[in-house]
Design a protein around this ligand. Structure first.
Ligand code: PLP
Length: 441
């Protein structure tokens, strides 16, 4: 009976999906072109519903399956799921500061990171009383100039925490060399860059740890969600503990053995007092767990990731074709010779004295229902939250300030198809006509 009911619900969910899908039609100038969004079909909808209809909605069987599949895809052994990419970043940096971490970072230690950044790449450094050392980024790649890292290092510098900005891989061979030479820990914020590669190797596999976000704007979606991954099992156990209230116990959440995964749960002692291992705390932790429906959806999304990547790359190329005729006005995105980005979006920076402002251009696109976004914080130090933080500036943040003023991006996500691209092309042409700007030959 129960199975029959679930089957009927599944059929209804599928029907609902196709009912909605059939109504979706792109009408130029009437339908909004989003900069990003999750792409799913009836399979994700069924996975969502099935998961909440189960008796266990807390992280459980799909966690194990997803971690195993994601580990095979990314080629990193140990995966930990979180409720967001921001939480994954918080865990990664907090792990470096935990008392059980062998090379523990302490108050005042420095972490090199770009000034042009997303806030929750920076915030974990601040929350842990570490000092961010800000580097500028290059225009076009929007990543730090790896050749300048050595000059940014002081004897307090212990780690580098870098995002592969908008999916564009950093210069990993130089970064690895510097880390090795100066004994620095490397952590990659891979939230915008899933399935990007540098020299054939996936981003997120170069550092001690890396993080992903599964928010809908990213390369695959769980609605909300994130992951932190590492090849170091002891470090994974530390991350697990920090995610799960700081407890010493490492049972999966649906562990069936009453004596726990250690099979020794009731034989631990604290100060001579017998103490259930489940309630023994070895770290000062958080609770940053997702629900089981998130990896349930993630499993379906992971199957679609090769298609998503292909589409992002195609859309990026087509967008480049549209904008290359405007290269007198915009700095076009660029990547390093060894980089193979799966772009998060298509970033553009206004050149100097082009006769119009960023807001005029993005306003025109927005009024014509083409969504635009800014490159996160630009120079994040300009924002009210950060004006009085303890920090060090490694080099003049000239480009980060230019990005703050003159950079924006539009989408390349798989929801953008040829009719949308044609409309974007026509709208950009219209802007230049309206402004009476004839293109230089
Ligand atoms: C580089 C980077 N890191 C971290 C995050 C945070 O991810 P989440 O939104 O899942 O918290 C984002 C979000 O867009 C991001 O772009």
């Amino acid at each position: 009976m129960e199975e029959k009911l679930i089957e009927q619900i599944n059929e209804l969910v599928e029907k609902l999906y196709f009912e909605r899908k059939n109504k979706v039609e792109f009408i130029p100038g009437k339908t909004r072109i989003r900069f990003a969004g999750d792409i799913f079909d009836e399979k994700e909808m069924k996975a969502r519903v099935k998961s909440v209809l189960g008796e266990w909605i807390t992280l459980g069987e799909h966690d194990l399956k997803f971690r195993s599949e994601f580990s095979k895809f990314i080629g990193v052994k140990h995966i930990l799921l979180t409720n967001s990419g921001s939480s994954a970043n918080l865990l990664a940096i907090s792990a470096l500061c935990a008392k059980t971490f062998p090379k523990r970072l302490v108050k005042g230690d420095e972490v090199i990171t770009p000034a042009c950044t997303f806030p929750t790449t920076l915030n974990p450094i601040l929350f842990n009383n570490l000092v961010p050392v800000f580097m500028d980024v290059d225009l076009g790649t929007y990543n730090i100039n790896a050749k300048n890292i050595e000059a940014a290092i002081s004897d307090k510098t212990k780690a580098i925490f870098i995002p592969h900005t908008l999916g564009n891989p950093n210069e990993m061979d130089i970064i690895l060399e510097v880390c090795k030479k100066h004994d620095l820990i490397l952590i990659e914020d891979n939230c915008d860059a899933l399935d990007s590669r540098y020299d054939g190797q996936l981003t997120g596999t170069f550092g001690l740890m890396a993080t992903s976000s599964f928010y809908p704007a990213h390369h695959m979606s769980m609605g909300e969600g994130g992951a932190v991954y590492t090849n170091d099992y002891a470090l994974w156990r530390l991350l697990l503990s920090l995610r799960n209230w700081g407890r010493a116990c490492y049972c999966d959440l649906n562990e069936k053995n009453p004596n726990g995964a250690c099979n020794n749960r009731f034989n631990y002692k604290i100060n001579g007092v017998p103490y259930d291992h489940k309630y023994m705390y070895s770290n000062i932790g958080f609770n940053l767990k997702p629900l089981d429906l998130q990896p349930a959806v993630g499993l379906e999304q992971l199957k679609k990731l090769p298609y998503f990547t292909k589409k992002r790359k195609e859309n990026f190329k087509l967008m480049f074709e549209i904008f290359k005729k405007y290269s007198d006005y915009f700095i076009l995105p660029k990547s390093l010779p060894k980089a193979d980005p799966s772009w998060f979006s298509f970033p553009l920076t206004l050149k100097t004295d082009v006769g119009f402002s960023r807001e005029e251009f993005t306003g025109f696109l927005e009024n014509n229902l083409i969504e635009t976004r800014l490159l996160f914080g630009g120079n994040i130090l300009n924002h009210p939250a950060y004006v009085d933080i303890e920090h060090r500036i490694a080099e003049p943040l000239v480009n980060s300030d230019k990005i703050f003023k003159d950079t924006f991006f539009i989408g390349v996500y798989p929801g953008i198809e040829q009719p949308q691209l044609d409309y974007i092309e026509r709208t950009v042409e219209k802007f230049f006509q309206t402004k009476n700007i004839s293109l230089k030959k």
